[in-house]
Design a protein around this ligand. Structure first.
Ligand code: URP
Ligand code: ZN
Ligand code: ZN
Ligand code: ZN
Length: 461
């Protein structure tokens, strides 16, 4: 007799889709089979049973250099994630220029411990001084498995020498490097030109950073990683033109992979051209491209050039004090925070645009939103798969349910969703984290503080 049995569902077990019961004991999957008994039983008849979503690119309750935090807390982000079928996240620990790592890491861990999500961190390196790099072994010992580098943004961008220092440090310690690829100088000059011409509206965000700006930085990041012999994971690839650089690297046998996000197959640069200040709601970097680019992104996902879909969830409200309008509703595009919320919408958007529209199959869906993110974060097979011995993180999924996305359904602390009004087919009915039901029919029931830190082992190259 197991603690819990999920009975009668159709489970996605790696590449197979089979009718099977699931027995859970001690928070782990203990049995997969024809007839499994449990002290508690959940009827999954008519539902799919999928591995809990793993979102390896989130920004949650991050501190700002000038003080204060993003308004999405670990508790509100946990609710949002569970509402959307995600049970594990990897978020970011900041480093401020001139500052160290360990103190920020411990503070970030303390904030995350107040939430309900199982979690890990990428350590952002904004200033790879000798002193900062000397702190990396202690972070590795505590279970940080990856570094994050930004090639743009005033406060974060690394020049080639600094990025090479990050790549070398990662190689020395067996860490993955995740990188935001856009050319900082090109964006700066284009922004100056646009502002001088009086082009300040949100829509000019896209004009300031066209695909070539992302493609150039991606090619450069890949070349520098090749030079150092360091594996690379390119974050939020926006279109096929950029993914092609990754495909070429892969064809040469380089360990380079890429992720994309739902905004790159649901939103367009045109969304930033809505009346008044509304366009700010869709402002993220890289910028959303064109409807034609959406198909290119799907083609790259089907080819496996891109193999992870994350949310890049970023907690900026539209009205809130720290949000999109923090510099007023007439703020020029370069004074509006970049980033959009998407934790809860991720699985429904990938399922609806992917599986319901026939672009990918069910095992492909589970790989994009759970298995491959768990693999890149070195959390597989504890996370990301329905297998005996894995954590019992499961989503019972209603593949037929038609839902119109509203902000209330997202259950986050942010006052809007860029996906408001979008119709999706497929929605999570129940979310289970380590054997505990944490969401049923939209009602989240987990206890704050119940999320676990996930130490990630290094992988020396
Ligand atoms: O616009 C975005 N993506 N903001 C969040 C930070 C980042 O670049 O990932
Ligand atoms: Zn980024
Ligand atoms: Zn589309
Ligand atoms: Zn991000």
């Amino acid at each position: 007799m197991h603690d819990l049995a999920i009975r009668g569902g159709t489970a996605v077990l790696g590449g197979a889709v089979v009718r099977c019961d699931i027995g859970v004991t001690g928070g782990r999957i203990a049995a997969l089979g024809e007839r499994v008994d449990g002290a508690t039983e959940i009827d999954a008849g008519g539902l799919l049973v999928l591995p809990g979503g793993v979102d390896t690119h989130c920004h949650i309750e991050e501190p700002f250099p000038e003080g204060g935090f993003q308004e999405e807390t670990w508790e509100s982000a946990s609710r949002s994630a569970f509402a959307g079928g995600t049970t594990t996240v990897v978020a970011h620990t900041p480093q401020f220029k001139g500052g160290g790592l360990a103190e920020q890491h411990q503070a970030a861990r303390a904030r995350a411990a107040r939430g309900m999500l199982d979690h890990g961190f990428h350590q952002i390196i904004a200033d790879p001084s000798d002193a900062a790099l000397a702190e990396i072994p202690a972070l590795v010992a505590d279970g940080v498995g990856s570094l994050k580098a930004f090639l743009t943004y005033d406060a974060l961008h690394l020049d080639d020498e600094a990025f090479l220092r990050v790549l070398r440090a990662a190689r020395r310690h067996g860490l993955m490097v995740h990188v935001h690829c856009e050319n900082f100088a090109a964006i700066n000059l284009a922004t100056q030109d646009l502002l001088a011409a009086g082009c300040t509206a949100p829509k000019y965000h896209a004009a300031s950073r066209p695909p070539v700006v992302e493609r150039e930085a991606t090619a450069r990041a890949i070349a520098l990683a090749e030079l150092v012999g360091q594996p690379l994971h390119v974050f939020h690839v926006s279109c096929a033109e950029v993914a092609e650089e990754i495909a070429r690297a892969q064809a040469r046998g380089l360990p380079v992979k890429g992720e994309t996000c739902p905004q790159y197959f649901t939103l367009t640069a045109g969304d930033m051209d809505r009346p008044g200040f509304e366009g700010a709601k869709f402002m993220c970097s890289p910028a959303p491209r064109t409807a034609a680019d959406h198909e290119g992104v799907w083609a790259m996902l089907r080819r496996g050039v891109l193999d992870v879909v994350t949310s890049d969830h970023c907690g900026f409200s539209y009205e809130g004090g720290r949000g999109k309008a923090k510099n007023g509703r007439g703020a020029s595009f370069d004074a509006i925070p970049n980033g959009i919320p998407g934790l809860a919408a991720r699985l429904p958007l990938v399922f609806s645009e992917g599986v319901s529209k026939g672009r990918i199959d069910l095992p492909g869906f589970a790989r994009l939103v759970a298995e491959n993110p768990a693999r890149i974060a070195n959390l597989y097979p504890r996370k990301g798969v329905i297998a005996v011995g894995s954590d019992a993180d499961l989503v019972l999924w209603d593949a037929e349910r038609e839902v119109t996305i509203t902000n209330a359904l997202m259950q986050h602390a942010i006052d809007y969703t860029p996906y408001e009004g979008m119709a999706v087919t497929g929605w999570p009915a129940l979310t289970i984290r380590r054997g505990e039901v944490v969401m049923r029919d939209g009602v989240v029931s987990a206890t704050p503080g119940s999320g676990q830190w996930l130490p990630r082992a290094p992988r020396p190259v």
